[in-house]
Design a protein around this ligand. Structure first.
Ligand code: G3H
Ligand code: 13P
Ligand code: ZN
Ligand code: NA
Length: 281
């Protein structure tokens, strides 16, 4: 069964570490995340996100994840990543144990009003809510960071008025990475200020491409959930490419190699986030 996400995040907050949330894309990537969690003895957030939803829909993605996870010994929760209103409602009925409602594209007051309604409904299901304030650009977009950063005063009001459980913030992070091009440094001071203003656990999306030092500093500043996808997808893809570089091979052989490399990459993230060895806590 799914574990209690509030308890997992609260343990991370008390222990001064963070938990990883990773996107699955098919059976093999789902297995990779669960095998990594078992091998690293780590809790894991299995995210149904923006790539898999158009591919198989929320319901099929949930059914696949649950079916595979129930056979594993991992400590896991199934989480909806960047959900719309309709997707959150679908996820709650299906039995997700954690949801993100993403109203970051909305004007501030509307984001508050809609997120508050989501929280009321989700909490009636006993499910905690992650919401986003500030905007997270895609890697390679050129942006004026001041328009994208989470505003500290707004974050105080947003959290107080919506009752969310964890807040996703924008502090210089981007979704994705561009291989070979370093990302802008993230603003650790802004994380500290948002933490002081809100008092709730913070979430850093776009964690692929962060340096080890940024991860350590972000943890210390109040980040207790990292979302990472691209680095793990690249690890899986490198496994496929290595097999196909040897000739016309079976898909199963390629996917097995992709899965093996994704397990290793995920264990490495769990070590960096500090959640390796924490499944029992
Ligand atoms: O108030 C809730 C959101 O605006 C979306 O809900 O589709 O019922 O308007 P709705
Ligand atoms: P990356 O692909 O940059 O790791 O971002 C993942 C993410 O934020 C999913 O919500
Ligand atoms: Zn994200
Ligand atoms: Na990133």
């Amino acid at each position: 069964p799914q574990s209690n996400p509030r308890e997992i995040i609260e343990n991370a907050r008390r222990g001064g570490y963070a938990v990883g949330a990773y996107n699955m894309h098919n059976e093999e990537t789902t297995e990779a995340l669960l095998w990594a969690a078992e091998q690293a003895d780590s809790p894991v957030f299995m995210q149904v996100g923006r790539a898999i939803i158009p591919h198989m829909g929320v319901t099929r993605a949930f059914d696949m994840t649950r079916r595979i996870a129930e056979r594993s010994n991992a400590k896991y929760v199934i989480h909806l990543d960047h959900g719309s209103w309709d997707e959150v409602m679908e996820a709650l009925k299906l039995g997700f144990s954690s949801v993100m409602y993403d109203g970051a594209h909305l004007p501030f007051e509307e984001n508050i009003a809609t997120t508050r309604k989501v929280v009321e409904i989700a909490h009636a299901f006993g499910v905690p809510v992650e919401a986003e304030l500030g905007k997270i650009p895609d890697a390679g977009e050129s942006v004026d960071w001041e328009d994208y950063y989470t505003d500290v005063e707004e974050s105080r009001r947003f959290v107080a008025e919506t009752g969310i459980d964890y807040l996703a913030i924008s502090v210089g992070i981007v979704h994705g990475v561009i291989p070979g091009i370093p990302l802008a440094p993230i603003n650790i001071q802004r994380i500290r200020e948002i933490k002081a203003a809100t008092g709730i656990p913070l979430v850093l999306h776009g964690a692929s491409g962060l340096t080890e030092r940024e991860i350590i500093e972000a943890r210390a500043a109040g980040v207790h959930k990292f979302n990472a996808d691209t680095d793990l997808r690249h690890a899986f893809r490198a496994g496929l490419e290595a097999v196909f570089a040897r000739g016309d091979r079976q898909l199963e052989e390629a996917m097995a190699e992709g899965r093996a490399r994704m397990v290793e990459a995920t264990i490495h993230k769990m070590q960096q986030y500090g959640c390796a060895g924490k499944a029992a806590h």
